[in-house]
Design a protein around this ligand. Structure first.
Ligand code: DC
Length: 222
């Protein structure tokens, strides 16, 4: 059955731009499903780190991604029945995810899995290439950005809030390196999709960003 009639809102953007939180709230308001595509790259990275899979072995990584036993339950993410919700948020896992995300066989392995999230009554998909590659026919495309400093500060507060020690200079450096990798890779680079609404959230609350996205969605077809 074709699923192109099922509404999709794509929310792409750089790391710590707030897209995860905004996507979550928009999905909640509309009663839509949510795809946190970054989590799929992070789950693959976590498994690769645990199994000491060489990070340049693209075929081994693709195979690993194909055989992941993933289960989403509310806000929790399970890998082979283990709750890895916090484990995949570690900086090392995020950095590894960004490194392996440049590998075409791995992206290909995760492609079909992502399409499967398009289910009635609708989907909010958060990532880097949701509007450009995975759901190019989405009903609404949003590109969320914020300055590197604003994003580093948000990440800092998040980590400290969780009792994880963090250093602003290191975070800013990591974030810039990750941006650079995500934006300049040959396959599915991080760029606004054609027709995407660009929203700079540097000086914006989450609530305002959510209202804006819902406003754009409500205006479709009017
Ligand atoms: O959104 P995030 O920080 O959880 O994503 C982690 C990494 O995964 C990110 O640095 C790049 C990669 N990623 C990607 O290449 N494509 C996506 N659609 C989502 C994430």
């Amino acid at each position: 059955m074709p699923t192109s009639h099922i509404p999709v809102i794509t929310i792409d953007g750089p790391t710590a731009s707030g897209k995860g939180t905004v996507a979550h709230k928009v999905a909640e308001k509309l009663g839509f499903h949510l795809l946190d595509s970054g989590a799929l790259y992070r789950l693959t990275a976590l498994q690769a780190l645990r199994r000491s899979t060489p990070l340049n072995d693209e075929h081994a990584l693709a195979k690993l991604a194909e055989h992941l036993h993933i289960h989403f339950s509310g806000d929790a993410i399970f890998l082979s029945n283990e709750n890895v919700t916090d484990a995949i948020r570690a900086e090392e896992v995020g950095n590894t995810a960004s490194k392996i995300a440049v590998l075409p066989p791995l992206r290909h392995a995760l492609y079909g899995l992502q399409l499967g999230f398009r289910k009635a009554p609708g989907l909010v998909a958060d990532g880097r290439d949701m509007g450009t590659v995975i759901f190019p026919n989405a009903q609404l495309k949003v590109f969320l950005t914020a300055s590197a400093e604003a994003r580093a500060e948000r990440r800092y507060k998040q980590l400290i809030g969780k009792g994880i020690s963090a250093n602003m200079d290191d975070l800013l450096m990591d974030l810039r390196a990750r941006d650079d990798r995500d934006m300049h890779r040959a396959i599915a680079p991080l760029v606004p999709a054609e027709g995407a609404h660009v929203l700079d959230t540097s000086n914006m609350t989450v609530e305002t960003a959510v209202e804006q996205v819902l406003g754009w969605y409500a205006a479709i077809g009017k």
